[in-house]
Design a binder for this molecule. Structure first.
Ligand code: SF4
Ligand code: SF4
Length: 424
């Protein structure tokens, strides 16, 4: 084991290999508050990459309904249970949130790599604490869709509800969790592969499986805490999300040579997704890049949080947590930054409101944004605090400085002329 710095945990952590960071890192933000569970992302990925024989059960992108849904079933609960068994009562955070080196304080528990050191079986120690899901667990990927918890029916023993519920938290709730491979900084799939078939690209941090080297031992499936590598019976190898790397490289003709977001990001009907590339320091922390929208959302506004950071892989997928869900559930999933993130999202300042307009506006990757101030158009109170909305303009630029987005906070209304009122 080597010691690496994991900024999401605010401390050094164990990893089977020495630290090696790419020049820039593929990363994304999903705004759960906007996801409508339409599965357009899922089908965009499926129809691009996994429509062939042997790939029938594969969903590199999936959207599951939490808390009960999961692909494979109960993937997160099973791993949380394993970690708890290895470190009873110790999976806790403490300390104050600091700079980019420890934005959520410090994790005092054990990661999957640290717990594995004590998990020695007759075959030796695992590289990462994990388990291999059964075939049944991969089946029915959207089981429990739209299935809420905390139903008032069960509480009061009658049908229906006594009217609507109000924020901050609902008694009856569910939410959609859209997931792809997190192209982790410390990938457990890579760490566990006995064939060194998995590698992280130095140019963008995308994690890929070399199909020539893979022998289908499925150690990566056992180790990946997010269960995002999948076995293909027809080739006897493992496959996974490739982050649509030809698009990220700017090789999709539709982008005119500019880096483009992945298919699942571009197809998202709810405009919940924003994907890009972030610059890294030599220790793996993020280089200050104030007007890169991902840097802003994660390190300045701090509204987007990593998924299960305590697993220790430093995932590069971030989520704006849903406002209506009980906080203990969210803190277990996204760490201690939840209260702050929901507070900022519920009462956004004018910059955050403008940056949220960048989601889903263009397929090309936005590397930098600029704000132009506009007039005040609305004011009100949000739970006792004043709130003002300004019709600012936000402009997004691609890597080479090409302007790719220009939009206002107040979205324009288009009135369809009479002659097109009925399209038949
Ligand atoms: S999410 Fe899983 S498959 Fe993807 S890089 Fe991380 S450990 Fe590997
Ligand atoms: S396309 Fe977007 S809104 Fe629809 S399920 Fe996927 S992430 Fe959610």
């Amino acid at each position: 084991m080597s010691t690496v710095y994991n900024w999401q945990l605010g401390r050094d952590a164990e990893f089977p290999y020495d630290a090696a960071y790419p020049d820039q890192q593929f990363a994304f933000v999903f705004n759960i508050n906007r996801c409508i569970g339409c599965q357009s992302c899922t089908m965009a990925c499926k129809s691009t990459w996994t429509f062939s024989k042997g790939q029938e059960y594969m969903w590199w992108n999936n959207v599951e309904t939490k808390p009960y849904g999961g692909y494979p079933q109960h993937w997160d609960v099973k791993l949380l249970d394993l970690l708890e068994k290895h470190n009873p009562g110790g999976q806790k955070w403490n300390g104050e949130a600091k700079d980019v080196k420890a934005p959520y304080g410090q994790f005092k528990g054990q990661t999957i790599f640290e717990a594995a050191l004590k998990n020695v079986s007759p075959e030796g120690a695992q590289k990462a604490l994990g388990y291999l899901p059964t075939d049944e667990e991969w089946a029915a990927p959207n089981r429990f869709e739209d299935h809420p918890t905390g139903s008032e029916k069960s509480l009061k023993g009658k049908m229906g509800f006594d009217g609507g519920e109000t924020l901050p938290q609902h008694k009856t709730w569910f939410f959609y969790l859209a997931r792809i491979c997190n192209h982790c900084t410390y990938p457990a799939c890579l760490a566990a592969c006995p064939r060194n078939a998995i590698y992280k690209r130095p140019e963008d941090g995308i994690v890929l499986v070399d199909q020539e080297r893979c022998r289908g031992y499925r150690k990566c499936m056992e180790a990946c805490p997010y269960k995002k590598t999948l076995y293909r019976g027809t080739t006897r190898t493992t496959e996974k999300c490739i982050a649509c790397f030809p698009r990220v490289e700017g090789r999709d003709q539709a982008g005119g040579g500019l880096p483009m977001q992945t298919r699942c990001m571009a197809a998202c009907v709810g405009h919940i997704r924003l994907q890009g590339l972030v610059q890294l320091n030599q220790d793996g922390t993020w280089k200050e890049d104030r007007y890169n929208p991902l840097y802003y959302l994660i390190h300045v506004a701090k509204v987007a949080l990593p998924l299960y950071p305590q697993f220790g892989t430093e995932p590069n997928g971030y989520y704006i947590p849903p406002r209506w869900v009980p906080r203990p559930y969210l803190k277990q999933m996204f760490g201690p930054g939840v209260d702050n993130a929901i507070e900022r999202y519920s009462n956004p300042d004018r910059e955050l409101l403008a940056v949220l307009q960048l989601f889903g506006k263009d397929q090309r990757i936005c590397s930098r944004y600029e704000l132009k101030e506009g007039p005040k158009i609305f004011e009100t109170e949000i739970r006792g605090q004043p709130f003002a909305m300004y019709n600012d303009t936000i402009i997004g630029y691609a890597k080479d400085g090409t302007k790719i987005i220009e939009t206002t906070v107040e979205e324009p209304v288009h009135i369809r002329p009479d002659k097109h009122a009925n399209s038949i």
